[in-house]
Design a protein around this ligand. Structure first.
Ligand SMILES: CC(C)(COP(=O)(O)OP(=O)(O)OC[C@H]1O[C@@H](n2cnc3c(N)ncnc32)[C@H](O)[C@@H]1OP(=O)(O)O)[C@@H](O)C(=O)NCCC(=O)NCCS
Length: 160
């Protein structure tokens, strides 16, 4: 509707608002038609969505140790549920240079997937640079795949 943006105010939600919850249920039902994911009913979406101003998350640091107990690799997994269902992200993955190429990253990422599956996470993401072949191979082997969705990022740069 042309010009409507000039007539509105934008404010932050402070308590439960059934009109806001209804919009987000409608959004989910509308958007799921565009993907091949299993469909949810309106009732399923309503019972899953918790539209609240705050949420908490978890950090899981999976550590690979050598036979002497020294840490040689780390996979940092973040779990969070903003109210839409449990999601995960592999925030960091690092293996000490002297043991690279020995399957440590593969093992760490596969443990991360076991954690996500065990917690019934509905979605997980990971970021790496193009050309990081070892990291990409470890993620692909564990079941990550290039997304069919458009992913855009924002950085706090001038003029953005
Ligand atoms: C990326 C990194 C974690 C990989 O650790 P790693 O223990 O050497 O990896 P793995 O031995 O488990 O190998 C994983 C896969 O990468 C492949 N690979 C390993 N080194 C490679 C290399 N230099 N070039 C191409 N592929 C390589 C392996 O063959 C394996 O593939 P496969 O599963 O198809 O057999 C490690 O190189 C690292 O810490 N790099 C610096 C930090 C980094 O880039 N982190 C990822 C940021 S998102």
């Amino acid at each position: 509707m042309p010009g409507v943006a000039e007539e509105i105010r934008v404010e932050e939600m402070s308590g439960h608002d059934p009109e806001v919850a209804a919009m987000l249920v409608d959004l989910t039902l509308e958007e799921q038609e565009h993907y091949s994911h299993p469909r949810e009913t309106r009732e399923e979406v309503e019972s899953r969505l918790r539209v609240e101003p705050t949420f908490t998350g978890e950090n899981h640091l999976l550590i690979a140790r050598d036979v002497l107990g020294h840490a040689i690799g780390v996979c940092w997994v973040v779990l969070f549920d903003p109210g839409t269902g449990l999601e995960g992200e592999i925030a960091e993955l690092y293996v000490r240079p002297e043991v690279r190429g020995g399957g440590v990253a593969r093992r760490l990422v596969s443990e991360a997937i076991a954690l996500l599956r065990g917690r019934n996470a509905s979605f997980a993401s990971v970021w790496t640079r193009d050309g990081n072949r070892a990291a990409l191979a470890a993620y692909l082997a564990a079941g990550f795949a290039p997304t069919e969705q458009a992913v855009l990022t924002w950085l706090p740069l001038p003029r953005r």
